[in-house]
Design a protein around this ligand. Sequence first.
Ligand code: NAD
Length: 513
Amino acid sequence: SAIDIKKVLSQLGVKDEVNQGASTGKNWMATGDVIDSFTPVDGSKIGQVKLASVKDYNKVVETATKGFHEWRQWTAPARGEVVRQLGNALREYKEPLGALVSYEMGKSYQEGLGEVQEMIDICDFAVGLSRQLYGLTIASERPGHRMYEQYHPLGVVGVISAFNFPVAVWSWNTALAWVCGDACIWKPSEKTPLTSIACQNIAQEVFAANDVPEGVSSMVIGDAEIGKALANDKKIALVSATGSIPMGRSVAEAVAKRLGKSLLELGGNNAMIITPDADLKIVVPGAVFGAVGTAGQRCTSTRRLIIHDSIYDKVMKIIVDAYGQIKIGNPLDENNHVGPVIDKDSVNNYLNAIEKAKEEGGKVLVEGGVLEGEGYESGCYVKPAIIEVENHYDIVQNETFAPILYVMKYSGDVTNAIELQNGVVQGLSSAIMTTNLREAEQFLSGQGSDCGIANVNIGTSGAEIGGAFGGEKETGGGRESGSDAWKVYMRRQTNTINYTTELPLAQGIKFDL
Ligand code: NAD
């Protein structure tokens, strides 16, 4: 369960003292304040980072822009070859990087490794994509004309990421953006700065060996101020932002003001519907993993269970019993199911949410609380709680990024359950547990779940590379990673070519000179 953190840091080229927080590849700089990175695992300090100032940011954008002008001239398959090598480098660094993700962020070692595996998977996906950046050929209404579309590199892409997936979200964006011919500037979460330095080192190793232009992989570690500088900067062609809804609203406003392009991946309020035809064998692990995995700090964590009243007591008894089996502790110890939340602010948000739910009339089925004593010195370990509520409670309508599961009953038809599931402002992930074909198909239909992700007989959390990832409504509408998500990282151009000696006009318009 113990990791040799000094060894892990040195394998990844991260210092256990002050690291510089801005980089364009070979060049590292930083003139901002120095911050500490503490692990929520045991509360100790892992290292320090000198943050990027706005001045550093401006230098980085300049280099990234120059880098883009060169990089876009590389062929897409040549860019894909660099990403292929990046995937291989991540295979080599999977264990130390997974361990650092686990230690700095607090998720289990298995999930830390899983996050790095996701990075490898998106690199593989992107390599294939580098030979498939297809446009359409379109039938022209004018004789002797050919019409087609092509996708060109877009520019400098800003990637703002959240603490809970400190490395995967970066690669979801960059692996695609790089094959598309863009340069990327990463603004990681200031809560997980060391994992981002490790990623930049790995990318740099591969990029330097391939003479990729300086600036194509850039990074600025800073707080919201740097994020805002990026959002307001018209030199950033696309701002891809992952985080809370208030953050997304701020980014969206700034980018819209300059008529720029944004891709938003914001909070969720994910529900699982459990119908009388559900197979309880898979309901219980699906619901419990969804609610307590990553200590409830996934954007796709299960926040609400919507259970048919005819099976409610039976299902809740099994789930409450299962909660009794949960082991909370050091996430690097594989016997534990639940690790810490990210920091003390998060602990307070959790405690306040439980209080608020009680004030609004919620009935606690599994008590929460902060753990103390040996192994819990960081003060960031909390007990997963279950509260019976009504969907309209203010606290239920908002995402609390902690292991609190709200449960509620529905009666009658599955239509009523779907209405409750859709009755929140967020629209990220959703699930129905049923063996009834009619219910499942209704849930997936146009009148069904209004979320970007809708699952049948699996939980709300955990997505694969390959499918487009993202959500509707206040989740922001962005799609990343799979399917045709690459198109947002490119600009589309429609080309019409006339190979005749005439100049017929579209719509048959006559214009005689
Ligand atoms: P957060 O919103 O506090 O911060 C996210 C990032 O945005 C950080 O890098 C932060 O420095 C930056 N930031 C904050 N305010 C900003 C502003 N006004 N302008 C520009 N940048 C700003 O989120 P967090 O606590 O790190 O992460 C948890 C949240 O992220 C949850 O709401 C979760 O649901 C969401 N999330 C969503 C997805 C998704 O794909 N939909 C994935 C992971 C996390």
